[in-house]
Ligand binder design. Structure first.
Ligand code: RIB
Ligand code: CA
Length: 322
């Protein structure tokens, strides 16, 4: 069983990743911290409580709210993709009696900051905690600034972010999580903590079509299925209009799969740097992935190949477990 801490900016695909992690017996979620990104961090924390209420959990991970703004840049959010509330506007949905269809979980938010909860959790589980970063890396970089030697006791950082031989999804060259806080990303990549990356090169191989989602959820009409259908409507509509198909990429689910089913994923070692000054290339992840050109001192394992169908089959078997 792997101990993990999830740092997240929920976000529809973050929600899917968190549910998948909660339904993965290979993993134990020690804590969840929120960070600014898809939505302001206060909204992200509310969304996390809504996500945790979808399952009938007997106990909740420790939760703390993290940084409200990137290290240097102003915050850029993604409400146009994830909906105004960041979860496809499910916070507006009501039962016939007027009560919220998706209420908040009955658990408290720690008074500890997200950064301090990360440091406390590493201290509690030295050399056996994996940090799963699903949003901008602001909390992680701030924790490294606060206590770099303690963060060295992380087993691994596994993150969704970056684009290498794939175009970006914010600008031509930059993926959202890195674009929002490139300074934080660069500091994390230079931290000497072992890093596994699920970039767009990998996440774009896993396409969840609306047809597949509805076929699978119609097979098992339960609370999670309803949540998946309700929460994904806005981003699937965005994809239909601007990406060209009805569906979306479950980006953040890949790091969870890389932990529980590593054989579905193939990675290469690379020396990753992040552009923090560029105008056209701000937030670009830069690495030479050519086999003959790889850097002698790699700082990350970059996932370049996914057994997409096998992973999607696994995903639906897990999600429909309840
Ligand atoms: O580029 C995709 C990433 O940005 C995902 O983590 C998504 O949730 C957004 O945060
Ligand atoms: Ca995210």
């Amino acid at each position: 069983m792997q101990r993990i801490l999830i740092d997240t900016d929920p976000g529809v695909d973050d929600a899917i990743a968190i549910l998948l992690a909660l339904l993965s017996p290979e993993l134990h979620i020690e804590a969840i911290t929120t960070v600014c990104g898809n939505v302001p961090v206060t909204q992200g924390t509310e969304n996390l409580l809504r996500i945790l209420a979808v399952l009938d959990l007997e106990e909740f991970p420790c939760i703390a709210q993290g940084e409200a703004r990137p290290l240097v840049k102003n915050l850029v959010t993604a409400a146009h993709v994830h909906g105004e509330d960041g979860l496809g506007n499910i916070s507006q949905l009501r039962n016939t009696d007027g009560s919220p269809l998706y209420p908040l979980a009955n658990t408290s938010i720690s008074s500890t900051s997200g950064v301090d909860l990360i440091l406390e959790t590493v201290t509690r589980y030295p050399d056996e905690l994996t940090l799963v970063a699903l949003g901008p890396l602001t909390n992680i970089a701030t924790a490294i600034r606060k206590d770099a030697s303690k963060m060295q006791r992380l087993q691994t950082i596994i993150l969704m972010g970056g684009a290498f031989e794939e175009y970006g999804n914010v600008t031509t060259t930059a993926e959202f999580n890195i674009f929002v806080d490139p300074h934080a990303a660069q500091e994390v990549f230079q931290s000497n903590v072992p890093i596994d990356i699920a970039p767009l090169d990998a996440t774009h191989q896993v396409v969840l079509t609306g047809e597949r989602l509805h076929a699978e959820t119609d097979k098992r009409p339960n609370r999670i299925s309803q949540f998946l259908k309700d929460a994904t409507q806005s981003c699937m509509e965005f994809y239909r209009r601007y990406v060209g198909f009805w569906g979306f990429h479950i980006h953040d689910a890949l790091p969870i799969g890389m932990l529980t089913h590593p054989d579905y994923f193939q990675s290469v070692a690379a020396d990753v740097q992040v552009e923090t000054e560029g105008t056209l290339t701000n937030g670009m992840t830069v690495a030479d992935l050519r086999p003959e050109r790889r850097h002698p001192n790699p700082n990350a394992q970059v996932c370049i190949k996914v057994a997409a169908e096998a992973f999607l089959d696994h995903f639906f078997k897990r999600i429909a477990r309840r």
